[in-house]
Ligand binder design. Sequence first.
Ligand code: HEC
Length: 304
Amino acid sequence: MLLKIVKATTLAAIATCALNASDFNAQAEKDRLALIKYFEAKFEDPEKNRNTFFPYSTDDELKNSIAKGVKFEEFSKGNYAFNIDGKSQYEELKEMPPYEDAIDEGEELYTKKFANGKSFASCFPNPAIGADYPMYDDKKKEIITLTQSINTCLTSNGEKPWNTKKGNMAKLQAYFASATTDEELKVNVTIPSADAAAAYERGKEYYYSQRGYLKLSCATCHVQGAGLRVRNEKLSQFVGQTTHFPVFRLKWDGLGTLERRVSGCIKDQGQVPPKDNSKEMKELIYFLSYMSNGLTVDGPDIRK
Ligand code: HEC
């Protein structure tokens, strides 16, 4: 009898586990699908949607500058998904992309031997890993970003860690992004446990919190504000913002990581950005990247 009860309880426990295992991303999936729906509805017909989404746009802008009927697959292009004027300039730049040399240099860094004879290829046997990061490490109970993984590879082989925003870090990531793009892999950020789901929720909270004296949240600009003009820029929609990093920015006259870009936006909110390897920054990037799930990796890329 007792044995029977034990068996039944164990079975029940296993069943609950199995149920939860497929369920940890349930809320995140709800969020992601709701945002896709929101943006597709927004861009379906900007002129018709003026009152709901585009209160400050001019007639001319709504008619001629914002594309109609933009669909999910196009969101990885950032604001060029809908920004008709910007897109032609972007396509001209893409003919001779300023990041080509960086990809080659990244490949050299990938195979170059460390002092101990190993290389990045020892840590990352397959360079097409751009779709899998950030990931949640359930043993360490922390999010591991690509930037962090690269620096861990360096330090565990007796080398100095790199600057997390540009230089070699961005070059190696450009090589990884390009290898991932060549394989047409889709962003696949996973939420494997309840702890991972909690980290996702904290990233989400950061994203939607109003900060600075202007009380802006990331969502003010990239959800409600997507499609609107800020000076001579159009605000990109949240979904698809991480598919193409690192990017070559004309403003930087060089390549930068996602951490560099996000830090810039946090400064624009009037805040001091958290350190790139901090829990806060990694959780924010985890949340951001999950929202690009299902989109094909498309990096490196160019932005103004
Ligand atoms: C005051 C408005 C504003 C706020 C608030 C803001 N951003 Fe931005 N962000 C911009 C502008 C302008 C750009 C450049 C145009 C574009 O791609 O949207 C940009 C670009 C980006 C990009 C690059 C998009 C691409 O296609 O490469 C990312 C990622 C990003 N922001 C993330 C964030 C995050 C995360 C937050 C909150 C911490 C945030 N932004 C807050 C204005 C804002």
